[in-house]
Design a protein around this ligand. Sequence first.
Ligand SMILES: [Cu+2]
Length: 164
Amino acid sequence: MLNNIKIALFTLTALASTTAAIAQNHVHQQNDDQHQITIIDPWIRSAPANAPALGLFLKISNNTNQEVRLVSVHTPGYKRIELHRTINNNGMMKMVKQDFMPIPAQGKLHLKPGSWHVMLIGPNRVPGKGEKIELSLEFNNGNTQTIQALVRKGKRMMKHHSAH
Ligand SMILES: [Cu+2]
């Protein structure tokens, strides 16, 4: 008798957790597209009105089990937009154009001054501090993310690197 109750309880518990798991899985799948890639704190470094280029920085979090690549960035009002990485070449900091930015599986890529960044080149008009610029980011898995980047002051990494 006691054994029967135990078995019944066990079955009930197992059933309950299975149902919960299915429900969770369902919710997860619904939101999958949004949760695969997350953009955190996008910002554009404020610059003088005659600046030839602006730097866009953000964090990208990849919650999938595969490397995802940022392949392009779009926003109107610029001659062109490039993916850059600043590297130290024998003590000289140098920006190198990249074909894509890799975000490792279950990992993050931090775009920041002196490192990976998006270069907004040839602005029609340099946006002022406090403005929000809408941009879209295109990834190689077909995912596109629209972001609002805040124009704000950024710390200077080095004295002779004022444009970025
Ligand atoms: Cu650059």
